[in-house]
Design a protein around this ligand. Structure first.
Ligand SMILES: Cc1cc2nc3c(=O)[nH]c(=O)nc-3n(C[C@H](O)[C@H](O)[C@H](O)COP(=O)(O)OP(=O)(O)OC[C@H]3O[C@@H](n4cnc5c(N)ncnc54)[C@H](O)[C@@H]3O)c2cc1C
Length: 390
């Protein structure tokens, strides 16, 4: 097992976490990434305790604690009045309740940390400029082909190549993801751009609205305010994180929102304001075919309304590595991985769809703790990928 040639396609947060988790258990991995250089978009990411457990188990808990913010409190806000509808304690309480912290972090910080550690373990582990286009397998090995004509073979292939996964297409057919009718704007606002005395309280919040919702929180020691603002809107369907938007378009879309939101939206640096059309796929009844499987968004892309997509990819990664450690054969490893993960990932995928209705359904005035069936209420924090049965 330990001399197996394991190939990962895609060096996003899922692929890199899997690479590190496998390295930590003595496996040699190669990650092929299409981009010419490694990087993540400028945006925040919530790491709930279930994801923190996973990252701590692969030895990066200390660095994570240094880089991440740990909000003391969270709330749900009314879009038009800005008033708080639901209050939640985080900080020490999250650690006490779930055994791991609830963090918020700049995506590039966690991605960069993972890449650094993977490379320090093996400087050749990440191969850039390699765009996967196809594979063929014969039961005991898999040949993969890249757009530049290069071919290589491995004993196992893990497709970690995101929502538009070519590995998934190679296994299960080329079905394009479906536009959900939601646009997300994301922005990062340097705190010094906000008017003097402007309060970001609580430090982490979601806001419920009518066909609109928002999440906003502080990252990088409170120096940046990260937000994602959602609107139900058709007519523009580009699935990419790197499409710039005009701040004026965002302001027009959120014209009836309270000043406590419009104030920070208005001062978004134009070069840090992006929009993105949210796409979705139905759950797959099976992830693995032969010696090839899927991980993260490639396996189970999720709407961002529970903020659990990256967390689920991180969970997959640690469970995958534990399955490799526990199994006698590679086929057994893949089957243990999928058996341990598919039901939970499918549940979160479907629950993320339902969350849209609660956040944007328009019942804002009646929104109370009872309506607030968020990821914590659904029990998703009570999961430890480092100890769950594989
Ligand atoms: C607005 C928004 C907010 C979000 N907020 C949160 C949150 O707070 N918490 C949370 O847990 N999740 C959140 N998510 C979800 C999260 O971003 C995704 O679920 C997560 O990034 C998936 O990671 P991944 O590694 O599976 O895929 P990706 O991050 O998409 O990485 C895929 C990688 O594969 C590479 N690749 C693609 N095709 C190929 C190919 N053919 N060959 C080689 N390489 C390839 C890509 O370049 C990329 O590096 C959010 C998503 C959005 C859009």
């Amino acid at each position: 097992m330990k001399d197996a040639k394991i190939i990962l396609i895609g060096a996003g947060i899922g692929g890199l976490t899997a690479a590190l988790a496998l390295q930590r258990r003595g496996f040699k991995v190669t990650v092929y990434e299409q981009a010419p250089q490694l990087g993540e978009v400028g945006a925040g990411l919530t790491l709930s305790p279930n994801a923190t457990h996973a990252l701590e188990s692969i030895g990066i808990g200390g660095e994570l604690a240094r880089l991440a913010s740990r909000p003391s409190r969270q709330g749900v806000l009314h879009y038009r009045t800005g008033q708080i509808l639901v209050k939640e304690q985080r900080g020490d309480l999250a650690k006490k309740q779930y055994g791991a912290d609830y963090y918020q972090i700049h995506r590039a910080d966690v991605h960069g940390l993972l890449a650094d550690v993977v490379r320090s373990n093996d400087p050749t582990a990440i191969q850039l400029n390699q765009s996967f286009i196809g594979l063929s397998q014969n039961g005991s090995s898999v040949e993969v082909i890249f757009a530049n004509g290069m071919k290589t073979s491995g004993d196992v292939i893990i497709g970690c190549d995101g929502i538009k996964s070519e590995v998934r297409a190679a296994l299960w057919g080329n079905v394009p993801p479906r536009f959900t009718g939601n646009i997300a704007w994301r922005g990062l606002v340097p705190i010094e751009r906000l008017p003097k005395g402007f309060k970001i309280d609580p430090p982490s919040a979601a806001a419920v609205g009518v066909k609109h919702s928002m999440a906003r929180y502080l990252v990088r020691d409170g120096t940046l305010l990260n937000y994602v603002a959602f609107a139900e809107k058709t007519g523009w369907e580009v699935e990419s994180w790197s499409v710039r938007s005009e701040v004026s378009e965002l302001m027009a879309e959120f014209h009836d929102w309270h000043e406590s939101f419009r104030t920070f939206l208005a001062v978004t640096p134009p070069e840090l304001c992006f929009k993105w059309a949210i796409h979705d796929r139905d759950p797959l009844p099976q992830w693995t075919k032969g010696r090839v499987t899927l991980l993260g968004d490639a396996a189970h892309p999720m709407l961002p309304f529970l903020g659990m997509g990256a967390a689920s990819a991180i969970e997959d990664a640690v469970v995958l590595a534990r399955a490799f450690q526990a199994a006698q054969t590679l086929d057994e490893a893949l089957s243990r991985y999928e058996a341990a993960r598919r039901e939970r990932a499918t549940f979160i995928q479907l629950a993320s769809r339902e969350a849209q209705g609660r956040l944007q359904g328009g019942k804002v005035d009646a929104y109370t703790k009872k309506e607030h069936k968020n990821e914590e209420f659904l029990g998703l924090f009570n999961y430890n990928p480092a100890t769950v049965a594989v």
